[in-house]
Structures are given as structure tokens and as C-alpha cells.
Design a protein. Structure first.
Ligand code: SAH
Length: 467
């Protein structure tokens, strides 16, 4: 199995930095199913090509195989196309050997990693179930020029006709990480024969590698179904999550690794806890007993609310099913005594769509959520919460962008979290919040959360709307 990746972006040998593999030597990597070799058939400043050659060992595959033999019986276990064609083995090799490049990271050339480059990928043998039409429907909407040559089943016996194997060239102007992610997802989809059984985790992988392109892809249903080995339950869940991502106009917001970044940054002031205390204090001050936490995430605030007897109706809502599942775990939902469980409700929904279930609460909390919304969706959010749901009190927190200069390790101009769409200065929050309050018949006041710096204010800002 051979994959080559070429660029003509000068100096083309920078491809080596992007792939984290030197053009000057050949390297080999042990893989669970054999070996992967990386080498450069050409490396000049005008044009550079990296080759990934996989040696899939069918005997090792049979030995490591769990479960009953496949339908083809004993012979097919040893004699099959797997060593020669691009398949899910290639995806495993891509993530093991070019993992950093696939996620868009490059130590030496970070800007180049993010930049669209003229790239050509060539797969020497790609099995395409669904034929050339399906191949094109997968790659052309992503902006590739596709060249495909179909191979005969046997050159010497023309009457046997064509095989499902193609030599495929994809050309496009893409960041390298995007191209690798497209191959990672779409090669096994074309082959439609994954070498391992897929479970829930595979949904996360699909959504992670599909971030930014899969939700809007015209073939997303076929891609999802095949990627998840035709398990309809899993595919349904993946498609629901993709739809939610599209609705929210943003990538899946709760992803532990990323949340971890923000959490580490803010840890020194244990801001998370101070934020929750500040929010709960406002609710207590206003005598609130029934509250909905919109964008509840993993349910940390819900847990704090549950500890206070005064809150008799606590609802969490989030657009991410995964976040709601984590919230259930965190709250020990399964083990909660009935009385406690009756106080608590979790809803799947988006706060940029009208939702009757949000009506009737004394208060709504919106903790570190608005900065995850596309600014163009703020008007919809305003309508849903302040015009339609109309709780008596809205407690909203968001980062104070001015404070970012005080975070060591946060580069100037960067946001605290990769999914943030914006971070506002104090003046920006005030302008927006006063506008909303004026339009919707609320009063609003502002307070800092966390240690106040004389110059830049506090790390978090809170707006409390009342009517
Ligand atoms: N309030 C939580 C989580 C903040 S992270 C806390 O303070 O820990 C932001 C959360 O907003 C994520 O869980 C994300 O899934 C959710 N979110 C983003 N867009 C949303 C939308 N349109 N509707 C509902 N929730 C949304």
C-alpha cells in the first residue's frame, strides 16, 4: 500500500517540517498490523514528495484477530487484498505516524501548518465500493480535483471486467492537516470494510476528524453510516450530534483536552469555583427556587445547585449530547435518590432556537457560554432567552478579554479556549448587555468575578439582568 503526498509550495522541503519527518532519511515505524515506512522519492525546493509505504502482515493479522473467522473461511484470512490496498489500516498509520500533522501542529512551521498549500495525494490502490461516482461525490465537494484510473480485475482476462480498485490522485489547495483528516475518514468509507469492530468511541473520532467539514458534506449520511460499519444506532447518534454542531454553528464545544487548556490557564485563581459561588449567590439574593442553566456543559453548576435545598427545580440544557452524558455521570444520576432526581432535569437543545421548555423559570444562568456562539447568532439567543423564555433573572458570565494579558502562557491576541468565537472587553459586554436590557425590558448590572486587577479588571465578568 503506497500513499504519496506532494507539494510545490516553495521551499517544498518544508513538507518535512509539516510531517515531522526529515526528507533526508528513510524511517520505519512498527504498527499493530505490520510496518510503516516513510521516505521522500523527491525533495527539492520546487517539489517535494513524501511516501508512506505500509507493509500489512496478514499472518500477524490472523494471529491477533479476536472473534470468529470471517465468512470467507480460512483461506481468505491469509490471502486477501488487505496488504495492497488503502483501507482503515492506512487511517491507523496516518494517526500514528502523522498524528501531529493531521491535527495541524508543527513545531517549526506553525503558520505553514494552518495555511492552504498546493497538495497532491496519490493512492496507488484504493478500493471504491460505490465506484468512481461515489469517489467523486466524497472528494469533489471538499474542493479536490479527482483523477481516477480503474483497474481490470485481471489484465490478462479482459472478459472478467473491471475491479473495484482505482489509482486515485487528489489535488487541492488545503492545509496539510485537512487533507490528512479527509483521507483518515474517507479512505475507510470507500473501502467499506473496517478491520476492527467499532464502538461509541468511534463517533468521537469521526466528529473530531470531521470537524469543520463533515457537518456540511452532502454525503454526510453515507459517510457516517459506512464509517460506523453500518451500525444504525451509532450512525443516528453521530448524525444527531453533527446536526447539533451545525445548529450551534460551531464545533463540538465540550472536548476535554481543550477544556483542560482553559482550565489550566485559569487554575491559579480557581476561577471556576469562584464563578459558581458568585452565580449561586445572585440566585440566593433574588430568592430563586427554579432555575435553568443553559449551556450547562458537564453540570458543575447543577451539582452545586443540587446541594442547596432551596433550589427545588433545577434544569440543565446543552446542545451537546456528550456533555449531557458527562453531566449525568458527574451528578451520579443513576444512583440519585428519587427525591433528588425529581428536582433535576436535563434537556438537549440549542439556545439559538425557540424552545417552550425554557419558559416558566424564575432564573436562567448562562455561564461561559455566549463566547461559544457565533456573534451572528447572538440576536437569536436574545430572542429565545429574553423575549420568549423571559425568566425574572438572567445571570450571565463571560471572559473579560482585557485580563488575558495577565495569563502567562497565553499568546497576545489569542483566546483562552480554541472554541471561543470572541472574548469581550468590559465595555463590549456592557454595550451588548445594555442593548438587550433596553430592548427586552430588563435592568442590568455588572460585577467582576475573581481577583480585580486595577488596570485590566477581573478575569471573568458577570452581567445580572432583572425585570
Ligand atoms: N456552563 C458550563 C459549560 C461552559 S462551556 C460551565 O461553566 O462549566 C460552553 C457550553 O455551551 C458547552 O457545553 C456547549 O456545548 C454549550 N453550547 C454551545 N452552544 C450552545 C447552544 N447553541 N445551545 C446550547 N448550548 C450550547
Amino acid at each position: 500500500m503506497l500513499l504519496t503526498l506532494s507539494t510545490t509550495h516553495a521551499p517544498a522541503t518544508d513538507l518535512g517540517y509539516l510531517l515531522h519527518k526529515s526528507p533526508h532519511k528513510a524511517q520505519s515505524f512498527a504498527l499493530p498490523f505490520g510496518e510503516g515506512h516513510v521516505f521522500y522519492p523527491e525533495a527539492t525546493s520546487e517539489r517535494c514528495t513524501a511516501a508512506l509505504l505500509l507493509e500489512v502482515d496478514p499472518v500477524a493479522l490472523v494471529r491477533s484477530r479476536k472473534g470468529p473467522p470471517g465468512e470467507g473461511g480460512a483461506l481468505e484470512q491469509y490471502v486477501n487484498d488487505r496488504p495492497y490496498v488503502a483501507s482503515s489500516f492506512l487511517s491507523v498509520a496516518l494517526s500514528r505516524i502523522f498524528g501531529a500533522a493531521m491535527s495541524g501542529r508543527s513545531r517549526e512551521r506553525p503558520e505553514l501548518a494552518a495555511q492552504p498549500l498546493p497538495l497532491t495525494a496519490r493512492l496507488s490502490v484504493l478500493p471504491c465500493r460505490g465506484g468512481e461516482g461515489f469517489l467523486r461525490r466524497l472528494f469533489e465537494p471538499l474542493g479536490y480535483t479527482v483523477t481516477a484510473t480503474r483497474h481490470a480485475l485481471d489484465e490478462t482476462v479482459p472478459e472478467w471486467g473491471a475491479s473495484r480498485y482505482f489509482t486515485v490522485t487528489l489535488e487541492g489547495l488545503k492545509p496539510l492537516g485537512d487533507l490528512l483528516s479527509h483521507l483518515y475518514v474517507l479512505v475507510p468509507v470507500l473501502d467499506d470494510d473496517k478491520h476492527y469492530w467499532v464502538t461509541e468511541d468511534e463517533i468521537d473520532k469521526l466528529l473530531r476528524h470531521g470537524e469543520g467539514w463533515l457537518a456540511a458534506h452532502p454525503e454526510r449520511e453515507a459517510i457516517t453510516l459506512r464509517y460506523l460499519r453500518h451500525q444504525r444506532g451509532l450512525a443516528r447518534e453521530a448524525l444527531d450530534r453533527l446536526a447539533a454542531v451545525e445548529e450551534a454553528g460551531e464545533p463540538e464545544a465540550v472536548e476535554s483536552a481543550r477544556d483542560e487548556e482553559e482550565a489550566t490557564l485559569e487554575r491559579r485563581v480557581s476561577l471556576d469555583e469562584q464563578r459558581r459561588e458568585a452565580v449561586v449567590a445572585v440566585l440566593v439574593e433574588h430568592g430563586v427556587t427554579r432555575v435553568v442553566d443553559v449551556g450547562c456543559g458537564e453540570g458543575k453548576l447543577l451539582k452545586a445547585l443540587l446541594k442547596e435545598r432551596r433550589f427545588t427545580g433545577i434544569t440543565g440544557m446543552d446542545v451537546s449530547i456528550r456533555a449531557l452524558e458527562r453531566a449525568k455521570e458527574r451528578l451520579g444520576w443513576e444512583r440519585l435518590p428519587d427525591l433528588q432526581r425529581q428536582r433535576l432535569q436535563l434537556l438537549h437543545g440549542s439556545l439559538v432556537y425557540r424552545d417552550k421548555r425554557l419558559a416558566g423559570y424564575e432564573a436562567a444562568t448562562v455561564v461561559e457560554v455566549i463566547e461559544h456562539l457565533d456573534p451572528l447568532r447572538l440576536a437569536a439567543f436574545e430572542r429565545v432567552l429574553f423575549e420568549e423564555a423571559r425568566p425574572g433573572v438572567v445571570v450571565l458570565t463571560t471572559p473579560n478579554a482585557e485580563f488575558n494579558v495577565r495569563f502567562e502562557g497565553l499568546a497576545p491576541g489569542r483566546f483562552r479556549h480554541r472554541d471561543h468565537r470572541f472574548e469581550w472587553t468590559r465595555a463590549e459586554l456592557e454595550t451588548w448587555a445594555r442593548g438587550v436590557a433596553g430592548r427586552c425590558g430588563y435592568g442590568v448590572r455588572f460585577s467582576p468575578v475573581g481577583p480585580v486587577d486595577a488596570e485590566v479588571g477581573a478575569p471573568t465578568q458577570m452581567a445580572v439582568f432583572t425585570r
